[in-house]
Design a protein around this ligand. Sequence first.
Ligand code: ADP
Ligand code: MG
Length: 822
Amino acid sequence: AAGYRLGIKETERPKDDHRAYSVHVERAESIQEIRLQLPILQKEQEIMEAVHNNTVVVLKGDTGSGKTTQLPQFLFEAGYGDKDGLTPGMIGITQPRRVAAVSMAKRVAQELGNHGDKVAHQIRFDTTVSSKTAIKFMTDGVLLRELSQDLLLKKYSAIIIDEAHERSVNTDLLIGILSKIVPARMKKSEQNPDPKPLKLIIMSATLNIKDFLHEKLFSTFMRPALVEAEGRQHRVTTHFALRSRPDYLEETVEKVKRAHKKLPRGGILVFLTGQNEIKYVLSRLRKDLVRPTAKLEEAAPRMHISAVDTPLELEDLDIGDIHTTSQEDLDLADEIDIVTDEEELDKEFEVSDDDDEEGMVDVPALRQDKIALKRDPYDTVHLLPLYSQLPTKDQLRIFEPPPERSRLIVLSTNVAETSLTIPNIRYVIDCGRSKERKFNSETNTQSFEVDYISKASAQQRAGRAGRTAPGHCWRLYSSAIYEQYFPEHTEPEILRTPAENVVLSVKGFRFPKPVTDFPFPTAPTRTTLANAERLLKHLGAIAGPNGALTDLGKKMTLYPVNPRLSKIIIHAIEKAPKALNQIILLASALSVDDIFVNQTQISPEVDDDGHDDEQDKLKQRYGRAHALFSRQDKASDALKLLTAAQLYLKDSEKDHFCQQFFLRSKAMQEISQLYSQLCSMIRSTHPHLSHVLGTAQLTETTKPDVVKSINTSAASGYIDQIAIRYDLHPEQSIVASSPRRAIDVPYFPLIPINQRTGNSEKRPAFIHPSSVLAKLSTKVLPQYIVYRHLQERTNSQVLTSSDTEIVKTRMLPLCTVDATAL
Ligand code: ADP
Ligand code: MG
């Protein structure tokens, strides 16, 4: 190992320099060139010294500065990770998003040249980890699960918690627990006879980080060292809209079209809130921007005409027969509408005066680009969607260079905000909103709501335009809205979700203290914690005045699903072994958000030619698919789910099956994988039940006793979510005015006896229209309904903007139970 990455020869370095033990990495020259431009590389020595001298390091650096790709390599080169190295034990890096874990592992493997095979990823149901692995990228959830096997994380010499600023529940939980593990690793004990330090590096984009530094987390002797790495951010000019239009999707389509037509070279990144919106905008843009090949050939020569500045090296250009700039050419140029004037560009995009005052328009760079545009214009666009439900291989397409002569346009959710840096983006169009799961701990309802992002997020999004060159960001909202309604920072997820998972995990970590003493970066509210404890009590996971884990609770921590579902599984093992197979499959199906493609999602795809017939046929097919799954039992959404999953597992052409029946194939794959995982877990813990498990044993579930077992087990996990028909409830105070449709029949969510408090609000809930119960006659509606969620309101989506907002509380039913089962 003669060479050294910073150009210092091994022999020239002082003996006590910890870098003297570095591992030699041979990188491709092209890779090395790119690396050297990353701001983080200038900080390598400072970072590694901080890691060397401290147990905990917080690294704060701009998005795209190289934290995720470089930090693991710095550690590796310093001898971490390799079994034969100075500091054996893997380097673990956690990501809140699966797509980031996979793509970053791929990238680092590529960069690490001769050691590339030592990089692996592990996400749920997909891993490339082997005995060689030295650098392991994983989701934060995977590392949390590993803690239940090995609380001291002895396999690791360093843990990097990446994207800490995203404040996912899992990341917060990891930081809390790691603040305890790190000192425990240094103490000799029965479990830890050979203490070896565990380095902890918390990485965050340039955002609020004080929550990771407070005293409750890290005691004085572990005070984290803080290293800041500034990014080499180019200037980004931000343009606010003059008015905020509610139909921001239309606005987006228009903006993208104009931007593509007028703007110099550079990719366009569009931030939208979810899959639906992305698909819709994608289909609109495809229709308008992707021209059929024949037309394109016709149009192409006109695109190459240089309109104004003649002193271009014409011979370098492929401009067909035209070699002079005549008046005719100029006219043609007008037609294709090349932006020739700075002012016009700004007018076009409604730059407000404020922006000009800041003097942020980078004129020379743009002018140069305009020349480049004339040299190398685009013929077409390369449209790519990016959202978490997209298959991984399609997600990775954003890193591939777009086809020649096409402009990259990426339509993305939040994923592209800080996790992934898409190369060569120069323009950002930001709708200013994101979709978030919201949870109201008072009413125990959850909803997905499209809401304004924070100022910090808006700034991050804009920043994506300035990675490679000066860029522009168009915000589809006014500066007044931004000032008035955008919070400074996004609230940590832990404040927005129910905490039963968190509480069960914390109790599983065997801290003798109450949960409220757990060192959360931001603690869940007392109400949320109390609700979680109450639910865990109902499920039987905790008991006693201190809420200690019961035997059942301990068992529940072993299953890779939430407490409700593990309760269902354990209930089935103990009480309904005959229906166990089906119940495991049902639990697997309940672990994903929704398996059915939303009906609003199917229409934009066929919109292309505006054939209404096609639309109608599709809707009919959609209806038939749903009817097929709910055929055998009319009154249970659980059985519908189960039937769909069962037919999917039995089908040999799975992708085709999903397409035909409008199922989300990624969700179905996950169900299938979870089902197999659960089966094999139970086979090993309960060998006497092996014979009932497995796809081959799945049979149609029409027998009344099996159906009853399924319902009873399902209810055991939702014991606190049972509603009774209003007109049958003894405490009923209002009489429903003879409803005509099932969805208008009010139900009263029962509050479990020991949860009743004086102020509990008695609000009726109505059957969600997507339920199989919605089609029943009101006369045969069941007395009791076990429901999955209450929904406060469904946000009126822009796609169906004519719908009025539904302000009723809706419940998503699961099954029915008899009073005797309660
Ligand atoms: P940070 O973690 O600080 O946000 P990253 O390490 O993710 O920064 O990114 C550093 C650079 O590496 C970015 O310019 C990004 O575009 C590039 N990069 C990351 N992954 C890939 C990939 N798969 N292919 C090409 N470039 C990549
Ligand atoms: Mg990163």
